[in-house]
Design a protein around this ligand. Sequence first.
Ligand code: GTP
Ligand code: MG
Length: 201
Amino acid sequence: MIIKKADIEAIAVKPNQYPEANVPEIAFAGRSNVGKSSLLNLLTNRRNLARTSGSPGKTRTINFYKINDEFRIVDLPGYGYAKISKSQSAGWGEMMEMYLEGRPNLLKVIQLVDIRHAPSAQDVQMYDYLRHFGLDGIVIATKADKVSSNERQKCINTIRKTLKLSLEDKVIPVSALKRTGYEELLDELEQLITNDFGVTE
Ligand code: GTP
Ligand code: MG
C-alpha cells in the first residue's frame, strides 16, 4: 500500500467529537513517549502531521487521521506518564474505554512497545485488555535503531514472552529515525482493510 493522502480529521475527548463511523479504523496504543506519533508521521511521510515531543504526554486526545480517503489511523493518548494527576488519569481511562469498547468500525489496535525494554506492567495490562476485546495481534517494537541487529531478536523474544504472545501474533520492529520497518506494517494495514468487508465505502 502507498499512502498518498493523510489529513487530520478530528481531535476528540468524547464520542460526540468522533468522526462518522463510516470507514475502518486502526488505532495505535502505547506508553507515552514510545513513538506513536512519530510512527504515524513515518507512515504518512509527513514530518509534522502528528505532533511529537521529547517530553512525554504530548498526545492527550484521541486524534483521527484519514488515510487515502479509505481508512483512519487513530493516535491514542499514551499511558504511564507519571506527571499527570489522579483525576487526569481517571479521565484517560474513561476516554480510552469509551473509544475501545464503543467504536463499531475499530478493526484493530496496534500496541507499541520500546524495543529496548521488557514491556512494563501497564503494557501487559493494555495488551491483555486488547486480547479480551479481540483487538490484539500486532505489536510494534519502536526505536529499533537503538539496538544492534544482534540484540534485536533477543529483545523481540523478551517482548513476546512478557506480553505472552502466541505464534500468530506479529512483532514488527520499526525505526522512525532510520525510516525502516514500516513497509511490513503497511502490508499488515492493507491486509486488515481488505479483509474487512463490513464497513468499507
Ligand atoms: P505521547 O504523545 O506522549 O503519547 O508520545 P508518543 O508515543 O506519540 O511519542 P512521540 O512520537 O512523540 O516520540 C517520543 C520521542 O521519541 C521523541 O523524542 C521522538 O523523536 C523519539 N522517537 C520516536 N520514534 C523514534 C525512533 O524510531 N528512534 C529514535 N531513536 N527515537 C524515536
Ligand atoms: Mg503522541
